[in-house]
Design a protein around this ligand. Structure first.
Ligand code: GUN
Ligand code: FE
Length: 452
């Protein structure tokens, strides 16, 4: 079975419609319409269940999955540096400000070469789809052609994507070999990329969209930042940038702007409901209020934070305040391309934040109380949380959402998840899948009801 448009899936469905709770529906019927959207999700107790089951059997539209298979929503990765794919797993030995200049800018400069871009980006997008990432939010590079190639590849492979031409025009922070040649060129390139994506004949269903992408405040001039704020409003695009990531970055902005990243982004016109802030580790209470007020979202990148941020993001505090949060791999800041891994990193880092880590400090002073999250929250962040940040109808199987989904099999050779069908509760089973599933357990990925 490949595409499931117009089909009815019978089997185990796992999704989360509200924070804090993952639902497990056994022998459920998930109905997908001809446009690839969920038209209904029926539990076996539903009055229409038998009728729909019989109808779909007789019309040959039933797709029955096996006992050890589970349908989950596809994952949303809110923060990926597409050009850093060749660096995944490497270059983790120096602080952010050194890492950028020593490894990352030299690598990103190579995307001047269209051939290189095509090879890397094809491999990246197909790898992410096989890891279950149905929606990807990408930073490209400064190069027009390479960014267009990334958009074309997402359209050809069917991944839902938001892509940004990276703006970095500040000669004080960006090397001559990798910098927009002028502020005007950076702005024109941004508008040109918006037009390329929005007017692409293959993009009639808007599966790929654009984010205005000032890399971060240090890499941009004030003029570029103000003008990008206007462009985002004029074209109604997303905005993505790094926010208060590390001590160095947070303090750079305070020294240059006399305020925090969040306050500065607001003043540049870059903080709104369509903004995705990566990291946001060092945000103050006031910053949190501003982010909530403006409706901006946060891409929590817990694995990358272990390497580059000097701190752990106060995830639970942000969630309890009602901020929108999803997950990001931050390829290649974090050495994983799997949002499942990142969900686990979110759990682990929240535990470390709660307990504290330095044994020289006494237990009662070591940690931050009430910081832990569990697998229910991690699952929600990976699926519906990310979709809510982007304001798109995916991430759960509620009626009218796009059927963006994965098929997990727990009985794959060499990737078996030891579920005890007679002893494990539904909650045990869900937790095992979230904590143990790997790319090998993902047998299929669908976007819009089409296999990708
Ligand atoms: N800040 C500015 N650029 C980058 C980047 O590429 N990765 C991360 N993690 N932080 C950044
Ligand atoms: Fe990043």
């Amino acid at each position: 079975m490949k595409n499931v448009r117009g089909k009815v899936i019978l089997g185990s469905i796992i999704h989360s419609t509200n924070r804090g709770k993952v639902e497990f529906l056994k022998n459920a019927l998930l109905m997908i319409n001809a446009d690839g959207k969920v038209s209904d999700l029926l539990e076996s107790s539903s009055p229409n269940y038998s009728k729909i089951l019989n109808q779909s059997k007789s019309s040959n539209s039933l797709y029955e999955i096996l006992d050890h298979q589970y349908i989950l929503p596809g994952f949303t990765d809110l923060h990926i540096h597409a050009p850093q794919w060749p660096q995944l797993g490497n270059a983790l030995d120096v602080p952010l400000e050194v890492w950028l200049q020593k490894y990352t800018f030299p690598l990103e400069a190579k995307y001047q070469d269209e051939n290189f871009a095509r090879i890397v980006y094809s491999d990246l997008v197909s790898s992410l789809l096989s890891a279950g990432t149905t929606t990807a939010v990408y930073y490209g590079t400064i190069h027009q052609k390479a960014n267009q190639i990334l958009a074309d590849i997402c359209l050809n492979m069917g991944q839902r994507a938001i892509i940004g031409k990276v703006v970095m025009d500040n000669p004080e922070e960006c090397p001559g070999y990798y910098r927009d040649s002028s502020t005007n060129e950076a702005l024109d390139g941004t508008s040109e990329f918006v037009n390329y994506v929005r007017n692409n004949p293959k993009n009639s269903d808007n599966r790929v969209d654009v984010a205005i992408t000032p890399r971060f405040i240090p890499s941009c001039t004030d003029e570029a930042l103000y003008e990008l704020g206007k462009l985002a409003q004029r074209h109604s695009t997303y905005v993505q940038t790094h926010c208060s990531e590390s001590d160095w970055e947070h303090n750079y902005v305070i020294n240059r702007c006399g305020k925090s990243d969040t306050e500065a982004l607001m003043d540049y016109g870059l903080l709104n409901r369509s903004t995705i802030l990566a990291h946001a580790n060092f945000i103050s209470e006031n910053d949190m209020e501003l982010i909530k007020d403006k409706g901006a979202g946060i891409a929590h990148c817990p694995l990358s934070n272990f390497f580059f941020s000097d701190a752990v993001f106060p995830l639970r505090r942000a969630l309890e305040k009602g901020l929108r949060v999803g997950l990001g791999t931050d390829i290649a800041g974090g050495p994983s391309m799997s949002i499942l891994d990142i969900g686990r990193s979110a759990i682990i880092s929240s535990n470390a934040l709660e307990s504290g880590v330095n044994t020289i400090v006494s237990r009662d002073l070591r940690g931050c109380v009430d910081s832990r999250i569990d697998f229910n929250d991690a699952f929600h962040l990976a699926t519906k949380g990310g979709a809510e940040v982007l304001n798109i109808p995916t991430g759960s199987f509620e009626k009218d959402n796009f059927f963006d989904a994965i098929l997990i099999d727990t009985e794959i050779d060499n990737a078996r998840i030891a579920i005890q069908s007679n002893a494990d509760s539904d909650e045990d089973l869900i937790q095992k899948i979230i904590m143990l599933a790997t790319r090998s357990n993902i047998l299929k990925t669908w976007v819009d009801g089409l296999i990708v």
